[in-house]
Structures are given as C-alpha cells and as structure tokens.
Design a protein around this ligand. Structure first.
Ligand code: DAH
Length: 349
C-alpha cells in the first residue's frame, strides 16, 4: 500500500483510539503505540527509504503533520481526562454544608475535680504553690515527720494500707507538708502551699465510707503567723465553697501535727442552722480539720520553731462535693457511672 494512504489510515485510526482511551493509563498506551520510539509513525519513517526521492518531502511533511495532530489530540484528551477525574472526585466528596453537623457529646468534669480545680485556682490567686506528693508514700513522711512516731496511738485514727514496713498507700496528704518544709528556703519568702491528691484507708465501702478519697492539704509557715490568720483563711474557704451567708465556727480537736487543733463547722445550708436531717438536727456541718503547726513538725524538717510558725489544714474534697451537690452515695465518685457523671456537665461556653 502507498505510504500516503497508510498515513491517512493511521491518522483516522489513531484519532479514534485517542478518543476512545478511557483513562490516563490507556491513553499512555495509545501514545506509545502511535508516537512512541517503536510506534506506528516511527515505523512509517523507517519505510521512507523505499519512497522515491521526489516524494519523500511530501510524505515527510505528512508524517510531521500526523505526529503534531496526534500530540495535540493526546494533550487535549489528557487534559479532558484529568478534568473529568476532578469533577468526579468533587461530586463524590460533595459536602452539604446546610446539613446539621454531628453533635459531639462533651465529657463532664468529675464533681470532685470541680471542687479541686476551683480551690486550686482560689489558692493560686492567693500566692500558694500547688504541690503533689506520691500516693505510695513512706511511713517516714506520712507519719514520723508529722509527729507520729511508730508507736503513736493516733496512728489508729487512720487505717493505713501498708505495702511493707516502710511503704504505704498514703492515708493522708499531710506528708506533703513535710516534703515541702524540708526544701523550703525562707530567705525567698514565706511558705504557702496546697497539696491535693488521693488518699486511701482500710475502710469498708458503703454510702458514707470509701477506701479512697481526695484531700487537699494546706500549709502556711512564716514568722508571726497567728491563729487569726488560720481563722480568716478557713472562713474564706467555707464562704467560697458554700456561700457568703454561711456562718462558721471552730471547735477544739486533736491532730498530732497541730497544736492547738480545730475542726470547723459551717451553718447548715439546707436548714440555715435550724436543724434538719443533713446536719443531724445540730444546725452545723463539720467541714475540715486544721490547726497551728506543731513545733515538732517544724523541728523535724530542720526549721527553728522559735522563729517560724504556721497553720495547716486538711480538706476532704469528696465531702465538699457531697455537701455542695447533694450526692447521697460516696461510691458514685469512683464507680464511674456516666449517668452520674453527666449530671455535672457544665454549660457549653
Ligand atoms: N490529715 C488529717 C486527716 O487526714 C487532716 C488534717 C487535719 C490535715 C488537720 C491537716 C490539719 O493539715 O492541720 O484526717
């Protein structure tokens, strides 16, 4: 067959193939077949040797024309395929922005942590540092440094889980006092700290007893700290938590690490002091223990108790949460029933 005729046929067939390529992979195959190094056009060029010299020019020109046409058409189809792919993707990933979104349900802060965070912020505002002692504490810090030597009868006040002779699950956060006292440099200013954290006791769990709960220890040591400083601080805590109208009273008490020791009551917020089941008809609710730091506690930490003195307090955060939120079973705090916890979800801001 005449080469010109062959070229005409190739042109028609080639364009058809290019147009029929359904994706870029197939289009590339067609490209190799038509204009590739071993493609149909190259084959025709090789055949040029057999063309009479006076016709070579004409055939050569046509080969170039066909190659240009193919390349043009290949580029066009490649472009069209890419566009179609984008259109297809856009269609598949179409988002209807008018549809209502999926509502993420927010978790709720644990009620005890609501109290903890609130108090922490209060004390930080007053210049207290926040410390965290270890939950596995030593007998040394938990008791001995706190004026509770090994045979001290007041150790019975706290049913402690011992791990071995020296290590225990702390039954109070008071050991944090000793740890901070040992390190504090009074040339840098007074010591003011709170130490929140979990404590553990050998108690049979029921609605009002728990083997674990949350305390917050407080300690202020400086020169000339008086009982009225303690009283003012405790009143501030009570009013902050339970409302400015609450009356408070201090009762004498006993703790080995304070002398004198006190317990504070607030007037019952349910009956306002008249007497009800919550305050057991007394009109008062006990909320915390406190006192003036015992000189032995200071001396144990190497602090001269004739120069420095202070006050300390221990807050039961679960108890605060029970009182503040009217929780009637302390076990709800650690059994993690989401229906209980969800009640403390705060309004979205
Ligand atoms: N550690 C005491 C307890 O667990 C609470 C306490 C009372 C802490 C008086 C104090 C304090 O710092 O001064 O029962």
């Amino acid at each position: 067959m005449d080469l010109l005729e062959k070229l005409d046929q190739l042109r028609a067939r080639g364009l058809e193939k290019i147009n029929a390529a359904a994706d870029t992979q197939k289009l590339n195959d067609v490209r190799v077949e038509l204009v590739g190094k071993k493609g149909a056009l190259t084959e025709i060029l090789h055949a040029m040797r057999e063309v009479a010299p006076e016709r070579r020019r004409q055939v050569g020109q046509l080969v170039n024309e066909v190659r240009d046409l193919f390349n043009e058409q290949l580029a066009q189809t490649r472009h069209d395929l890419a566009q179609a792919l984008i259109a297809q993707k856009l269609e598949a990933e179409k988002i209807d922005v008018t549809l209502p979104g999926k509502r993420l349900s927010l978790g709720a802060k644990h009620p005890v942590y609501l109290i903890l965070d609130d108090l922490e912020a209060l004390f930080i505002g007053l210049g207290y540092q926040v410390v965290q002692g270890p939950e596995i504490e030593t007998d040394h810090y938990c008791f001995e440094m706190m004026n509770l030597p090994k045979d001290h009868p007041a150790r019975d006040m706290q049913e402690t889980f011992y791990i071995d002779n020296e290590n225990l699950l702390r039954s109070q956060t008071s050991g944090d006092q000793a740890r901070v006292l040992e390190k504090h440099d009074f040339s840098q200013g007074p010591l003011k700290m709170v130490g929140p954290g979990k404590v553990y006791r050998r108690d049979d769990d029921d609605a009002t007893h728990s083997h674990q709960f949350m305390q917050m220890e407080g300690l202020v040591v400086d020169r000339n700290v008086s009982m009225s400083d303690l009283k003012g601080t405790l009143e501030m805590i009570a009013k902050h938590l339970f409302g400015a109208d609450r009356k408070t009273r201090l009762r004498p008490s006993y703790f080995p690490f304070t002398e004198p020791s006190v317990e504070m009551d607030v007037s019952c917020f349910n009956c306002d002091g008249k007497g009800c089941s919550i305050c057991k008809e007394t009109g008062w609710i006990e909320v915390l223990g406190a006192g003036m730091v015992h000189p032995n506690v200071l001396e144990n930490a190497g602090i001269d108790a004739s120069i420095y003195g202070g006050f300390a307090f221990g807050l039961g955060l679960d108890r605060f949460a029970i009182l503040k939120y009217g929780v009637d079973d302390i076990r709800d705090f650690y059994t993690n029933d989401v229906r209980f916890l969800a009640q403390f979800r705060q309004e979205e801001k």
